[in-house]
Write a protein that binds this ligand. Structure first.
Ligand SMILES: Cc1cc2nc3c(=O)[nH]c(=O)nc-3n(C[C@H](O)[C@H](O)[C@H](O)COP(=O)(O)O)c2cc1C
Length: 207
């Protein structure tokens, strides 16, 4: 089949929008942010990736909270305090990751709801998830607005420069991060997820 998603996002025989299943797996940014009153927020975002390694930059993107176009707490927070922390979402923490995606009000701390430990960051105010095996402390570099199907449905891409990196010593061997110990969780389409278990190595072609 072939279709133009601007006309119809899921024409027959599709029962659901297939787009996320075609750009998969996507890593999950488990984002901690705080507002100007120092209220802490934690939420997962799978429109996430690295965009440069040296200097390291990451991006994640958000849709609106509701049909009126209210910004999600994470976007409202990074506009107030332009910092965030991305904790690595892993297989072991999958239920907590999911739990923190609930639309709690801004005065609810998702760390408490999901039984997670807040660990202070070194260079930014939002804490990392203590149970996560790695975390990236970030300063907001740019927030880019992307047109949606209507003004209230605009998307926002948050770009951050990574200014601090935490790695649990247990996942490092011979000077490298062992993917099978990090067990990164990723999002596929629909409600499907994957996790990194097996890897293979393929050096760059010579010449
Ligand atoms: C695994 C997973 C990935 C998600 N990815 C996104 C995403 O990329 N963009 C988005 O807007 N919402 C995403 N969500 C939904 C948000 O986590 C959810 O709207 C959350 O309540 C936002 O929290 P906040 O209002 O505290 O910022 C995802 C949810 C889950 C469970």
């Amino acid at each position: 089949m072939y279709f133009d998603p601007r006309e119809d996002a899921r024409p027959e025989p599709l029962s659901h929008n297939p787009f996320n299943a075609l750009v998969a797996p996507r890593p999950i940014a488990w984002v901690t942010s705080i507002d100007s009153e120092s209220r802490i927020n934690l939420a997962p975002f799978s429109f996430y990736n690295a965009i440069s390694s040296d200097p390291p930059y990451v991006m994640f993107a958000l849709g609106p909270k509701d049909k009126a176009g209210t910004p999600k707490d994470t976007l409202a927070n990074v506009r107030q305090v332009p910092e965030f922390v991305i904790s690595v979402a892993s297989w072991e923490l999958r239920k907590a990751v999911n739990q923190t995606s609930k639309a709690y009000s801004a005065d609810i701390n998702e760390f408490e709801r999901a039984g997670l430990t807040q660990v202070a960051s070194q260079q930014v105010k939002p804490p990392r998830v203590g149970e996560a095996k790695a975390a990236l402390e970030c300063r907001v570099s740019q927030i880019i607005e992307l047109p949606g199907k209507s003004d209230s449905r605009n998307r926002h891409m948050v770009i951050g420069e990574v200014v601090g990196i935490f790695i649990d010593d247990e996942v490092i061997e011979n000077g490298m991060v062992v993917a099978g110990r990090l067990h990164q969780l990723s999002r596929l389409g629909y409600f499907e997820y994957d996790q990194v278990e097996d890897t293979f190595t393929m050096p760059r072609p010579e010449g």
